[in-house]
Design a protein around this ligand. Structure first.
Ligand SMILES: [Zn+2]
Length: 482
């Protein structure tokens, strides 16, 4: 907007002042205005000096009337400008018109069926300006309607962008929370006693048929990283049916489903009856599976108990005991690999990954993102292995040893021997799993396994959150359904 002044533009300037300094000084009882994005204190003061002799006495307007007053509905009370001021919850808020234009959801901007965007952000002219009003919509309540000057090429003068006040409020809150770096986190860190008290069992038929049960179960799984199903039909397809309630299965070189099987005189030594220590699966891939499912089809050998340990709980304990060890595990690179004639996977990652987090309060919120712990699949260390770095490896071993002690401490292990017709689901990026040795000569032990990716799990969880909780979570920010 040009700074060439007309009397009418005083209104615009008042809206600008309103946004910065509280009570407005405009003569018109406008509840909405667009404002210039290029305020210059010096020029504005000069302009006021030039023109303000006739400026009326300021009349305070309650902030909610900036937008929400029905008496003011439909007024266009501004000239086109590069920012738009809206009163939200009695506070004047300013939006860049480029943001409002970019997020337009009209049928010309977003295909109603595919919901795909029909223009590019980069198509928006930087000189675009908006002129807005508030109107009441039957479904959306109060909405902001913007008409455009210098719109994206191909859009005519009839093009309008409509955003509900609720949506604008959510956009603001999300931005503020992302900037503050405070993550919503309802995960419950557990030891044996906590898990024994809070362990959840779901009936297979309910899981398959009731969305409310599924929501409750997935929310629990997200909180604890561990869940059990019972009364699962004796079928190799059952684990597919269970996983499919969450979403698409993750296919790997082990197959879409895979067997952990031991028979008397088993010909395949890949699945031995020996003790298998605490580990996570597929850390040698760039995106290891999020959920792992194991359905017990045969449990006819003595032994073979499963046990689980919350790596986040142990990380918290390690942090409490030694900040130095904790920092070492956050930084020292560990290589995992699966190096065979036909498959060669290789990936290096630190043991503990935190969210990129500008500030987190200690010690309750460590912003833990992931833990990587899989000793059987470690490859040789590749960084900091000698020379001046040789102490680094020794520091890592000391830290890893302290961490392992916490992971495998009896009071931190939840042990359970899966019976036939039961299925365990756990968060493979958080809950470590292990198996005690069993006697393979005494009978058959057979688990059918499957994986589900993180994107698939969180997509399903969000759909259910939207439906049953009226809110959803992404990037650590809770967003109300609007
Ligand atoms: Zn549009």
């Amino acid at each position: 907007m040009s700074l060439n002044v007309t009397t009418a533009r005083l209104t615009v300037r008042c809206a600008s002042q309103r946004a910065r300094a509280g009570p407005p000084a405009c003569k018109r009882r406008s509840f909405f205005s667009s404002v210039s994005s290029r305020p210059s204190t010096v020029k504005r003061r000069a302009r006021r000096d030039d023109e303000s002799p006739a400026l009326p006495t300021p009349t305070p307007i309650p902030h909610e009337q900036l937008v929400h007053s029905p008496a003011n509905a439909g007024q266009v009370d501004a000239y086109p400008a590069k920012t738009v001021a809206v009163s939200i919850d009695e506070n004047p808020r300013t939006f860049d018109t480029v943001f409002l234009r970019d997020s337009c959801t009209c049928p010309k901007c977003v295909d109603p069926h595919s919901r795909q965007k029909l223009f590019q952000t980069s198509d928006i002219p930087l000189e675009i300006e908006g002129k807005a009003r508030t109107v009441q919509d039957e479904k959306k309540g109060w909405v902001l309607e913007v008409e455009w000057q210098n719109d994206v090429p191909g859009y005519g003068p009839e093009h309008r962008t409509v955003h509900s006040i609720d949506w604008l409020r959510r956009a603001l809150n999300t931005e503020v929370e992302l900037r503050a770096g405070v993550r919503y986190d309802d995960r419950v860190l557990w030891d044996r006693d906590t898990m024994t008290k809070n362990n959840k069992w779901i009936d297979y038929a309910d899981w398959m048929s009731q969305d409310t049960v599924l929501f409750d179960a997935l929310a629990h799984l997200n909180q604890y990283g561990l869940l059990f199903l019972k009364n699962v039909p004796e079928s190799e397809a059952s684990v597919v049916d269970i996983a499919s309630r969450v979403g698409t299965l993750k296919d790997t070189f082990y197959g879409r489903t895979w067997d952990v099987r031991s028979k008397p005189q088993a010909e395949n030594i890949a699945y031995t009856p020996q003790f298998l220590g605490l580990h996570m699966d597929l850390l040698y891939t760039s995106n290891p599976p999020h959920l792992q499912l194991l359905h017990s089809l045969r449990a006819r050998t003595p032994g073979g108990e499963s046990f689980f340990s919350d790596s986040f709980h142990a990380a918290q304990k390690l942090h409490d005991a030694s900040k130095t060890h904790f920092t070492t595990l956050c930084t020292f690179p560990v290589t995992y690999h699966y190096h065979h004639p036909t498959h060669h996977y290789h990936y290096t990652r630190p043991t503990i990954e935190l969210h990129p987090h500008p500030k987190y309060s200690e010690p309750t919120n460590l912003a833990l993102h992931r833990v990587n712990w899989s000793p059987p699949f470690q490859g040789p260390f590749e960084a900091r292995i000698g020379g001046e770095s040789q102490t680094a490896l020794r520091h890592y071993i000391a830290a890893a040893s302290a961490y392992e002690g916490l992971l495998s401490a009896e009071e931190n292990l939840f042990e359970y021997r899966l019976k036939e017709g039961e299925c365990v689901i756990f968060d493979n990026r958080r809950v470590l799993h292990a198996r005690r040795a069993f006697d393979a000569t005494k009978g058959e032990r057979w688990l059918k396994g499957a994986y589900v990716d993180d994107d698939v799990f969180f997509s399903r969880l969000r759909v259910l959150e939207e439906r049953f909780a009226g809110r959803w979570v992404a990037d650590g920010v809770v967003r109300p359904v609007v």
